[in-house]
Design a protein around this ligand. Structure first.
Ligand SMILES: C[S@@+](CC[C@H](N)C(=O)[O-])C[C@H]1O[C@@H](n2cnc3c(N)ncnc32)[C@H](O)[C@@H]1O
Length: 235
C-alpha cells in the first residue's frame, strides 16, 4: 500500500476532477471484492426484489452482491476505470439484472437513470438508493447537489440507505490515508435531505464496529430514509 500512496499523492486534492482522477488510478489496481457489512444489513431490509441504485459503487463489491441475491442493480460511479472493469465482469446470466453506468454526482442528472428504469421490463419494482462510503468522498458542493437531486426524484424512490464517515472519525487512524474524505454531521445531513422534500428519517445509528477494516475501526453513520408517499410500496 505504501507504493500506491507514493504514486497517488501528487493528484490528491479537493477538487471534484482530481477526486475522480484519484479513483481512476486506484481502480487500475486489482482488489479483492467482498460485500460490505452494510450491504448485508440492507439486504435483510429488502425482503422482495427491488431496483437498487448504488451511487459511488466503486469496484461493485455491493452491486454484484445485490444482483447475485435477486435485485436489479444499477451501479453508478464517476470512475470510468471502475465502470469498465465492473461491466466486463458481469456474467451472461446477470446481464439483464446488473448494470453499470459512468455517472458523476454534481454533473450528471438522475433523470437519465430514472428514464432508463422507466423503459425497462422491471419498472414495476420499488426503487431505492444505496450509497456506501460515498457521501464523505465527495465535495460539500457535490453533497448539496446530491441531496437536491434526491429530493427531485423522491416520487420514484421508496428508500435511501446511506453509510458514511461521521465527524467523530476525523482523528482516527486511516489505512488509505491519501483518499479524499470529509467527515459529516449526520443530523445536519438529515436536515438537509428532509427539510424540503418528501423524505423522512426512519433509522439512524452512529458508532464503531460497523466497517472495521484491518486496524481501522471508523466512526460510521448509517441512515435509512423513506419517501412518505412511497412507504407502502416498499418491502
Ligand atoms: C470510498 S469509494 C466507495 C466505493 C464503494 N461504495 C464501497 O463501499 O467500497 C468512493 C467512490 O465514489 C466515487 N466518486 C467520487 N466522486 C464521485 C462523484 N462526484 N460522482 C460519482 N462517483 C464519485 C469514486 O470513484 C469511488 O468509487
Amino acid at each position: 500500500m505504501n507504493d500506491t500512496k507514493a504514486n497517488l499523492d501528487d493528484i490528491v486534492s479537493s477538487s471534484a476532477e482530481s477526486i475522480v482522477q484519484y479513483w481512476d488510478s486506484f481502480y487500475r489496481m486489482a482488489a479483492m471484492r467482498t460485500p460490505s457489512q452494510f450491504a448485508a444489513l440492507v439486504a435483510s431490509e429488502l425482503k422482495s426484489p427491488h431496483i437498487i441504485i448504488d451511487v459511488g459503487c466503486g469496484n461493485g463489491r455491493d452491486t454484484f452482491f445485490f444482483g447475485d441475491i435477486g435485485h436489479i442493480v444499477i451501479g453508478l460511479d464517476a470512475s470510468g476505470t471502475a465502470i469498465d472493469s465492473n461491466s466486463s465482469q458481469i456474467s451472461d446470466d446477470l446481464k439483464e439484472r446488473i448494470f453499470f453506468r459512468q455517472f458523476t454526482v454534481g454533473e450528471d442528472s438522475f433523470d437519465a437513470v430514472t428514464d432508463f428504469i422507466a423503459g425497462a421490463q422491471f419498472d414495476h419494482l420499488p426503487v431505492v438508493i444505496y450509497s456506501r462510503f460515498f457521501l464523505h468522498a465527495i465535495t460539500s458542493v457535490a453533497e448539496d447537489e446530491f441531496a437536491q437531486q434526491l429530493s427531485g426524484i423522491s416520487p420514484t424512490i421508496s428508500g435511501i440507505f446511506l453509510e458514511y464517515r461521521d465527524i467523530r472519525d476525523a482523528n482516527m487512524v486511516k489505512i488509505y490515508a491519501d483518499h479524499y474524505r470529509r467527515f459529516i454531521d449526520p443530523d445536519a445531513f438529515s436536515k438537509k435531505l428532509t427539510s424540503d422534500s418528501d423524505y423522512s428519517l426512519l433509522y439512524q445509528v452512529i458508532g464503531q464496529g460497523f466497517a472495521k477494516y484491518g486496524r481501522e475501526d471508523p466512526w460510521i453513520a448509517r441512515q435509512i430514509f423513506a419517501a412518505r408517499s412511497n412507504m407502502k410500496a416498499d418491502q
